[in-house]
Design a protein around this ligand. Sequence first.
Ligand code: SF4
Ligand code: SF4
Length: 473
Amino acid sequence: MEKALVGAPDFIRKVMMPTALGQGNALPVSAFTRNGDMMTGTTHFYKRGIAVSVPTWQADTCIQCMQCAIVCPHAVIRPYLATEEEIKDSPIKFLDSKNPTAAKYGKFKFAIQASPLDCTGCGVCVKVCPTAAKGTLAMHNIEKVEHAEYNKQIFLDDHVSYKADGFSLDDREKAIAFRMPHFEFHGACAGCGETAYITQFTRLFGQKMIIANATGCSSIYGFSFPYSPYNTDKNGHGPAWANSLFEDNAEFGYGMVVAISQRRDKVKEIAARVAKNAECPEELKKAIANWLERAHEIEGSEITGNILRAMINQQTCDCPDIKFLQAQENQELLRKPVMVIQGGDGWAYDIGFGGLDHIMASGLDFTIMVIDTEVYSNTGGQKSKATPLGAVARFAAAGKRTDKKDIATIAMSYTNAYVASINMGATVVSEPTLILTNVYVIIALENQITVFMLIITYSINSAVHFFFTSSFK
Ligand code: SF4
Ligand code: SF4
């Protein structure tokens, strides 16, 4: 705990920790911002230490399948790619990495490690490990292993970088588990069936995500003051997150989509005007043309936007258009964000459905993610329109008397929408090696699909539906 707080930001020391220790009422009003915003990534510092037992990794029998890291609901156990230089004096035994995608970027060593003070002790990682019977992953009482495991985690945090964060868009999907999760150590129930999906989504696009989150489980574990599991990378890039009501979250997110779209249109308009200016250097004109051509692409706008940003910042003239493009709030828009509107089935099927239906018909470019547990989980288990015929929920003991609403078909009735479904739990059970294929939101990536929906059903009796309405390429 003390090590985690070394160098921690003021907010962590002066607001989060006093709140965590039950002293929040003593905080002065001046400790809070006027508009209610807050730094993200605070759960990284929390170190709750709630697990009775935690997993330990034994290198020799590991087959490097990465299933443990994919299913961990809390992003606690992770695979690491390290260089020889990084792991000098390592307290962890590393293997040679077998990942063929990583091999394109260098020769790496491989290890798996769980963070014991962030673990919930749910044991999901051990359950899915195909070689657990050989002792690759096993749960141990935290009192016996905490010191050694914590020291290993600290070593990795301090010495090993996330190599896969630099992989190309096409390669990141094949090495998804090696990328930094931008959603970690949240307060969802131990073994939660929803959160692993959000983790994978942030591994793919976390640095570029802007999320509008409906009220429900995903907003409670997504942000309960002062705990934010959405974090940033070393460059300060990570998801921006905000919450609205069940009733209006679709519209709330849609407003963000429209606002970002209009602001980007303005940047494009000014950039195009600069390119027509006779005094504009030819190199800058070419950089603007390249960016304009790829401004609608997630990765293309970043590559061409970075070049354009560097070139704009070299200009020393007093032209107001150049000044406009040099402003940080406009430079941030050179990179196309991944706009995500997400929530549970209570929001999407029931309370917020009117808005959801309305924005699906808008034809704009965004992603809708519906996390469907087939009951109102956050209230303890009321039936919802997502509950299947005959299913018994805690507050529907006689069973659901009507069919589950087919929201996928409704979404597919809009021809601009791409609808997909996945099932991480069933895939793990039936065909472990295919797990990544199913997690692939990236099926949409490769086909430049406009709208994307995935339905996920865990084998632990919860279901998750995701709709995506965005072009990723
Ligand atoms: S026990 Fe649960 S929380 Fe801990 S590392 Fe395994 S899957 Fe993650
Ligand atoms: S699930 Fe087991 S075999 Fe696969 S990477 Fe994790 S520890 Fe290794």
